[in-house]
Each structure stands twice: as C-alpha cells, then as structure tokens.
Design a protein around this ligand. Structure first.
Ligand code: AMP
Ligand code: TRP
Length: 332
C-alpha cells in the first residue's frame, strides 16, 4: 500500500477550483491509501503574507479540508511549520540540487515575473521544500494539479540524486497522480483563465464559504456566449465558458461531461444555469456551512493541527534522521 502526501497553501479563500481540482480528490483517496495532507505555510511565506491573515487562513484551510470529508483522525492533517523536519531536509536537498534544475522551473519564472532579482530566495527554493515535504515521509503518491507536475519531476530527480550520490536505495521516486475530469476549473468571468484566489473580481470564483445566495448569483452572472448549449464535446472546444460551466456541472454531479450534455443539449443557458445553481447549492453549499461552523471553534482546529503535527513528526523524524546519518552528520 502506498503513502499519499499532498499540500495546499493556506493563503486566501479556498474556492470551487481547489475543491474539485484537489481537496475532493484527497478526501476520496482516504479509503485506498494512508494519507498525509499538509497546509504549507512555509511555502506561503515565499511571497509576503500578513501575519494575522496567515494565521487565520491556516485555520480556514484546515476547516475546509475537514468539511470536505478529510478525516483528521484517519489522515494526518497539519501545518508544515510545526514539523521542523521539512526545513531540515530542505537544507540537505539544497546541497544536492543544482541551480540549473531550478532555473528550468516555469512556476518561478511566472511568479517572479520581470523583477527576478527582487524575488525572494525562498520563492526560488520553493520546489526543493516541496521535495522535502514529500520525501520526509517517503511518500509514494502525490495527487496534484497539472501545474505541479514539473515540481514533482524535480522531486524525483532529487530523490534519485541523493540515492546515487550516497550509493543507497533510500528515497522512493514519488509518482504524481493527476486527476481527470474537472481538474481545471476556469474563472466564471473569463473561460480562458483559471479560477483563482488571486483574481481581483470575487464574481470570478465561488468561494467555499459563499452562502447559497452568493453561489446562485455568481452562477447566474457567469459569462456565457449567445448560442444554446453545445450538443457534443467537440463543439465545446471553441467555447471556453460553455465548456467550463458544463465541466463544473459534470464534476458536481459526478458524471461525465457527455452525460451532462445529453441532458441539456440545445437548451438555453438560462435554464442550465438555474439547474447548475441548484446543484452547486445542494452539493457545495453544505460544505461551506460546515466549514464556517468549524471556524467558530478555533481552539478545536488548533488542537486538531497540533495532534496532526505530532503524528507527522513521529513519521518524519526517523526518515530525516536516517538521511542525516547517510550524509555523515555526527550524532551524539
Ligand atoms: P493553489 O490555490 O494554487 O495553492 O492550489 C491548491 C490546489 O488546488 C492545487 O492542487 C491546485 O492544482 C488546485 N487548484 C487551484 N486552482 C484550481 C482550479 N482553478 N481548478 C482546478 N484545480 C485548482
Ligand atoms: N506547491 C503545491 C501547490 O501550489 C503545494 C505543495 C507544497 C505540495 N508541498 C507539496 C503539493 C507537496 C504536493 C506535495 O499546489
């Protein structure tokens, strides 16, 4: 049986894209695998964060995972900074990975933008910390979105480089698990952009904490084109907004987009949107309510994360200690 590790940055509001693209899949893996889910606050500070807001959104993200069905008794749920082994292993990996490997990372190039000299060293080192997250537990499977594939390949390169440098067979090479279906939920205002917490317009996304009214209103106002709904998947290709809304419907109904199309083919967007709104309110709405209920009990969330961190440390400590032995660090 494999061990799953995945992480999400506890910054800003969790939204429907996070839920359908990541968190729901994480919840579903629990039956099959032992799972570790981490709120990666060390990754979050690679760009400036307001301290009070970081604390708040760490609790919010924990509430979001639990409300989505991740059981913190079965799975290990914690925030990264409570487990020092992540940072310790990062240092060893920093001394194995090459500048050339990091220079190829497209996410750094995107996030650093034109002012590369101004990016933090942490942002550059981000993928190495991600490798340490995974390998500190010798995790074998890593469910991530398409955009994290390159980082995962780097994790494999680092594992391999460590093993060959010290002539050991110590770290497993972690496998990415890219989910099919609605892995990319697009903005409700622009079908060519990903739904994102950093998009200024709140109408571009459905937040996990949105009330039923807000969910319905955002769907009603979502951008569409003037044609009736497409009849085939091929027809959706050129119609990003239609494709996005149908993709969201199919994901929430847990069916293939073909089935959704059959149901609504030829209808107008008005009818479709009101059905989509009902579906979103009945499936996604209760998760938001549960999340808000949990957020009213911050002490309980903190206790859950503390317990998760204890369990995570108990798992990571022997692995990282053995890696340190392999490197030759003297132990008292
Ligand atoms: P982020 O919010 O970028 O830190 O991403 C957290 C997780 O949610 C990652 O696994 C992403 O791939 C996933 N995710 C974020 N935005 C979307 C989206 N619009 N559609 C699908 N998955 C997403
Ligand atoms: N970089 C990932 C993201 O932005 C989050 C992450 C951090 C992660 N460490 C991880 C994902 C380890 C999987 C495994 O989505």
């Amino acid at each position: 049986m494999g061990l799953i590790f995945s992480g999400v940055q506890p910054t800003g509001n969790l939204h429907l894209g996070n839920y359908l693209g990541a968190i729901r899949n994480w919840a579903r893996l629990q039956g099959e695998f032992e799972c570790i889910y981490c709120l990666v606050d060390l990754h979050a500070i690679t760009v400036p964060q307001d301290p009070a807001e970081l604390t708040r959104s760490t609790r919010e993200a924990a509430a979001g995972l639990i409300a989505s069905g991740i059981d913190p008794e079965g799975s290990v749920v914690f925030n990264q900074s409570q487990v020092p082994q992540h940072a310790e292993l990062t240092w060893i990996f920093n001394c194995i990975a090459r500048l050339g490997w990091l220079n190829r990372m497209t996410q750094f190039k995107e996030k650093a933008g034109k002012h590369r000299e101004n990016a933090t060293v942490g942002l550059y080192d981000y993928p190495i910390l991600m490798a340490a997250d995974i390998l500190a537990y010798k995790a074998t499977h890593v469910p991530v979105g398409e955009d994290q594939k390159q980082h995962l390949e780097l994790s494999r390169d680092i594992a391999q480089a460590f093993n060959s440098m010290f002539e050991v067979d110590f770290f497993p090479l972690p496998e990415p698990q890219i989910f099919g279906g609605a892995t990319r939920v697009m903005s409700l205002r622009d079908g060519s952009k990903k739904m994102s917490k950093s998009e200024p317009s709140d109408f571009s996304r459905i937040n996990m904490t949105d009330e039923a009214d807000a969910i319905a209103q955002k769907i009603r106002k979502a951008k569409t084109d003037p044609l009736p709904l497409p009849e085939t998947v091929a027809e959706m290709e050129e119609r990003p907004e239609a494709r996005n809304l149908i993709g969201i419907y199919a994901a929430l109904a847990d069916e293939e987009p073909e089935a959704t199309l059959t149901r609504f083919a030829g209808k107008g967007f008005g009818d479709f949107k009101s059905e989509l709104a009902d579906l979103a309110v009945s499936t996604f709405g209760p998760i938001g309510s549960e999340m808000k209920r949990l957020m009213d009990e911050p002490d309980e969330i903190d206790a859950v994360l503390r317990r998760g961190a204890e369990r995570a440390r108990a798992m990571a400590e022997p692995v990282v200690r053995e890696a340190q032995d392999i490197v030759g660090f003297l132990r008292p």
